[in-house]
Design a protein around this ligand. Sequence first.
Ligand SMILES: [Fe+2]
Ligand SMILES: [Fe+2]
Length: 169
Amino acid sequence: MLISKELNQAMNNQIGSELGASNQYIKIAAYFENENLPDLAAFFFRQSDEERMHAMKFVHYILEAGGEVSIPAIGATAAGIQTAEEAVQMALDWEMEVTRQINALMDLAIKQSDHIGQSFLQWFVTEQLEEVSTMDQLLGVVKRAGEQLLFVEQYVGRLGAAQAGGAPA
Ligand SMILES: [Fe+2]
Ligand SMILES: [Fe+2]
């Protein structure tokens, strides 16, 4: 098999993190839907789908490399989101945490001279730059908008149109 037990275990944990993120983003989307902010809701539903896709990338990689998939318990989503700023801050904190996790996976693959693993993980390293910067910008827009969240709706609406148009998600 092309994957060490240790990296296999760490990637299984990452599947849990990605699915956990997917659930968190459903929760955030639901908050925005309840606040009658459909573009923000749609944005986070899309993010949720993306996180599931990330989890599935790990699943398929582990299988291809001859490892064993096991999925850890996934915690309940954060309760009681009060404001848009809090919701987006939570998403940004989560992306920063995932970035640390991906870096740790890469460190392990490097330590083990697992070049195939490194090449697989490189996609996630690049993806995290995108994810963190998207959330960071969104947080900036939300803070600037204050109570005027309809401006944020326009912003994520445009973002959604750009993504649908084939720009990087
Ligand atoms: Fe992810
Ligand atoms: Fe993400």
